[in-house]
Write a protein that binds this ligand. Structure first.
Ligand SMILES: Cc1cc2nc3c(=O)[nH]c(=O)nc-3n(C[C@H](O)[C@H](O)[C@H](O)COP(=O)(O)O)c2cc1C
Length: 288
């Protein structure tokens, strides 16, 4: 998942268009542009991180970057951005809605949710954020089974007198969850409901390469974009924290194998379905 460095000639200034406004000089995070005798020049293009700032900021389309040909640069009007009030309303009205209907999510909604996720920033613009959209009922079921099995391993390990005496205080939080884990397991296997994925129609798992230093941050920023887009589209979603908790204990790459992934680390997951109903009020929330 490494990108080829930009070579000499792949980044050019079109002198006949350039008005020497120096926006590229000021915006480039890698310091590739400089002015020399009234001309904008380029040095060390191999340090380009492909953020596209130079192309997007140029008022005269004078920056020619091989990675951003015509068609990949989209002018827009600032007046078309959502107002702060509209954005705040979206942020405050976004909820984890687990009251799912059995209806199918439109393909266009999946496309927009994933496009929103893929547009999130990544550290050093690595773009090392990838997606697997799980929709097959048998794979979704396998993800729930995997999660419950992982929890039951913890239950079997800790739920005895000796371990309670040894670790009861230290792991009070985990011990509190044991009855909950047992009940989730029982209900799932009795056909009384899936408290892990809540009968979601799809899960979007977001992953980076195993060694990515900022993989967790990158993937979770992508998640947040995706969740806001889901809310805007009327798709119900929640964060699959239980699955990720199971993944933390997974030394053998079992979840990756279920999903057909290799040498990657999953950092976020979004369960989705169409909602039975939508929230029409938001509440005030304080951090405690
Ligand atoms: C890191 C994280 C993990 C979560 N894990 C789960 C989960 O496994 N199952 C679930 O139903 N909700 C999960 N949630 C959703 C939270 O329970 C939810 O955000 C919280 O109750 C507040 O509700 P809201 O999202 O509607 O504001 C998770 C949220 C976060 C941020």
């Amino acid at each position: 998942m490494t990108r080829k460095a930009l070579s000499v000639g792949e980044l050019k200034i079109n002198d006949s268009r350039c008005i020497r406004c120096q926006r590229c000089v000021k915006i480039c995070p890698a310091g590739i542009f400089y002015e020399d005798n009234g001309r904008i020049c380029i040095k060390n293009e191999s340090s380009c991180i492909f953020c596209g700032h130079c192309v997007a900021v140029c008022p005269k389309d004078a920056v020619e970057h091989a990675a951003f040909p015509n068609g990949s640069v989209h002018p827009f009007s600032l007046a078309d951005l959502p107002s702060p009030e509209q954005l705040m309303l979206l942020i405050k009205s976004r909820r984890s809605n687990r009251a799912f209907s059995g209806k199918e999510i439109p393909e266009e909604s999946f496309r927009m949710i994933m496009a929103a996720a893929a547009a999130a920033p990544t550290a050093q613009n690595s773009r090392d954020v990838h997606f697997v959209l799980v929709r097959k009922p048998e794979t979704l079921r396998a993800v729930t089974e995997y999660t419950l099995d992982s929890f039951m391993k913890v239950v079997r390990l800790l739920d005895n007198r000796f371990m309670r005496m040894l670790l009861g205080r230290k792991l009070a939080g985990v011990y509190k969850l044991i009855p909950k884990f047992k009940e989730m397991y029982r209900r799932f296997h009795a056909g009384e409901g899936d408290m892990i994925l809540r009968d979601a129609k799809a899960v979007l798992f977001i992953y980076s390469s195993e060694k990515s230093r900022f993989g967790a941050a990158d993937c979770n920023l992508a998640y947040q974009n995706a969740s806001l887009m889901a809310e805007s589209l009327g798709v119900a979603q929640f964060y699959t924290g239980f699955v990720l908790a199971a993944l933390e204990r997974d030394k053998h790459g079992r979840l990756n194998a279920i999903l057909g992934l290799k040498n990657v680390k999953i950092h976020a997951g979004m369960a989705m379905a169409l909602p039975l109903f939508r929230f029409e009020k938001y509440i005030d929330r304080e951090n405690v």
